[in-house]
Design a protein around this ligand. Structure first.
Ligand code: GLN
Length: 238
């Protein structure tokens, strides 16, 4: 982020990939950045439009198989997101958006569809749909508390050596191998819907700290904490 300009949040393809309230992630990032005194500009990029390369944090959500295939084709043709990530922009990719970041994912009939290769992952279709609450312990290197969220996907994701698991599942399916999501550089992929950042403000602040290039001042997290506690208590065995 340039010091004299607003933090630019770029929401990719709300017309294709915004099925489960993932746009809430944009609102959470905006609110948490403004609370710290940052000016924020939010850019919505529809799928007919080019992806601007000057964003600080990019977000892409989940969706059904056909919009996912269309979204992958358009991102690949456009190239703007790849260029933005290559110059160091942060990215949060959720579910269908997460799978698109890999080399391939499974289409409606399970056929392999090309992703945009920002993450060293490939996804296929599992035997059963993974639906429900998810709890996962985050890689300690990231300094983010336990993840709480909701997943709904058929996909299983294999992680290659170029990525690190974001977390290890305690409840739920995630990637399908005991891990959930992954990260590489400033790119995070996750199966958590939701909006996941409302339940995981630590993840929101990780993205923001990457974007602003340093640690963030603490803010009042009373409502976020209540939501986290309520969800964790409902899911974790006592
Ligand atoms: N179509 C993908 C799957 O089922 C992604 C679904 C989603 O984004 N919720 O795995």
């Amino acid at each position: 982020m340039q010091s004299d300009s607003a933090l630019r949040l770029v929401w990719i393809y709300p017309d294709l990939l915004s099925t489960y309230g993932d746009q809430g992630n944009v609102l959470v990032l905006e609110q948490r950045a403004r609370s710290r005194g940052f000016q924020v500009e939010v850019v919505h990029v529809r799928s007919a439009d080019p992806v601007p390369e000057s964003g600080d944090v990019y977000l892409i959500g989940g969706g059904e198989d056909r919009p996912q295939i269309l979204g992958a084709e358009r991102l690949r043709r456009d190239g703007g997101l790849n260029r933005a990530v290559q110059r160091g922009a942060a990215l949060l990719a959720v579910c269908a958006g997460y799978q698109i970041m890999g080399t391939t994912f499974g289409g409606e009939e399970g056929q392999p569809v090309a992703g945009i290769e920002l993450l060293d992952i490939s996804s296929g279709r599992g035997q059963a749909r993974a639906v429900g609450e998810l709890v996962a312990e985050v890689d300690p290197a990231l300094g983010v508390p336990t993840l709480t969220g909701f997943e709904n996907h058929m996909g299983v994701t294999r992680l290659g050596p170029g990525v690190t698991p974001l977390s290890r599942t305690v409840v739920g399916t995630g990637n399908g191998d005991g891990t959930e999501g992954c990260y590489a550089g400033h790119v995070i992929g996750t199966y958590l819907h939701g909006p996941a950042l409302a339940r995981n403000p630590g993840l929101a602040d990780l993205l923001l700290s990457w974007a602003v290039g340093g640690p963030l001042a603490p803010i009042d997290d009373t409502w976020y904490s209540r939501l986290r506690e309520e969800r964790l208590a409902a899911v974790l065995p006592r």
